[in-house]
Design a protein around this ligand. Structure first.
Ligand code: C2E
Ligand code: MG
Ligand code: MG
Ligand code: MG
Length: 283
């Protein structure tokens, strides 16, 4: 998470640093006013289909600014929002914003939104998503929800029920950061994920024979189970070529595109109507 330590970012949360708890309290206070004060926004990162070369999905990533404009990194404010419960309102806001600012445009493909286990455990979550889809007129098939494979994510029957309700709405369920925790394999057994996102840490050493073999094993495991495979964190042309060689379905990373504001995706190239049509998902 070194990327977070830029000049305009608060430093990373360190639970052993006494100052960090103050910082976390400040962020907790900030989150309470963040929606009303327009301190939260979404940026979108393109996801490229390897076979077609087209952007066939984008991931929404939340951004938070302090009143003076300083950015707060998600690795700090998301855990705080989860702890205080603010993630529930922020999560609904994110899904509504994605529908309003992006999915109302017919040419925009699938948009994925990260969700926290707390949201999935909260009664009425699937119904609140259904209400947002109804209110914005967006088809459920254009929304994907990303669930992060985390250690803390216990096998919770409420979560499984919620996921099945979301799937009934046509919403796609993706597994994020696969390979980083112990829970992933259990989740693969229980949930029929549409897409599995292989964590970017697997790309770090894919230049070495060992690293490459490891990545190949993970890919084989996911592919044998019939999931769509997306590899995150593609940063170089060499890595992209390897993904082509491995017949990965989709890639995401700085080499494909950095997170960018909604406007980047809302205007289709006027000369390229055919491409816009092709990008629209079926159904
Ligand atoms: P994630 O869902 O795995 O998102 C991918 C993260 O990797 C993003 O960081 C993205 O900017 C970064 N990234 C993308 N491509 C590359 C690359 O090529 N190299 C490197 N080094 N990094 C890359 P970001 O935006 O800081 O978000 C961090 C995490 O915060 C996300 O990880 C996600 O778990 C969480 N998050 C972000 N937005 C939301 C949200 O709206 N709701 C929830 N619950 N969590 C969110
Ligand atoms: Mg994600
Ligand atoms: Mg995630
Ligand atoms: Mg991820």
């Amino acid at each position: 998470a070194a990327k977070a330590s830029g000049r305009n970012c608060v430093r990373l949360f360190d639970p052993n640093d006494p100052q960090s708890s103050d910082e976390s309290e400040n962020v907790a206070a900030l989150l309470k006013i963040a929606i009303d004060q327009h301190l939260v926004s979404l940026v979108y990162q393109p996801i490229r289909n390897v076979a077609s070369g087209r952007v066939d999905a984008v991931e929404a990533l939340m951004r938070l600014r302090m009143l003076d404009g300083t950015a707060v990194t998600p690795s700090l404010f998301i855990p705080v929002a989860e702890r205080t419960g603010a993630i529930l309102e922020l999560g609904r806001w994110a899904i509504r914003t994605v529908c309003r600012e992006l999915l109302v445009n017919d040419h925009v493909p699938v948009v994925s939104v990260n969700v926290s286990p707390l949201q999935l455990k909260t009664p009425g979550f699937a119904a609140s998503v259904a209400a947002i889809l109804g209110e914005t007129g967006v088809g459920g098939g254009r929304l994907a929800l990303e669930i992060t494979e985390g250690l803390e994510m216990e096998m919770h029957s409420d979560i499984l029920r919620c996921i099945s309700d979301l799937k009934t709405l046509g919403i796609k369920i993706w597994l994020d950061d696969f390979g980083t925790g112990f829970a992933g394999l259990s989740w693969l057994r229980l949930i029929d994920f549409d897409t599995v996102k292989i964590d970017r840490s697997f790309l770090h050493d894919c230049g070495t024979p060992r690293g490459k073999a490891m990545l190949q094993d993970i890919i084989g495991l996911v592919r044998n189970r019939g999931h769509n495979i997306l590899v995150e964190g593609v940063e170089t042309d060499e890595q992209l070529r390897l993904m082509q060689e491995f017949r990965i379905d989709q890639v995401q990373g700085y080499y494909v595109g950095r997170p960018a504001p909604a406007e980047t995706f809302t205007t289709p190239p006027p000369s390229d109507q055919r491409r816009a049509r092709l990008m629209r998902p079926a159904g």
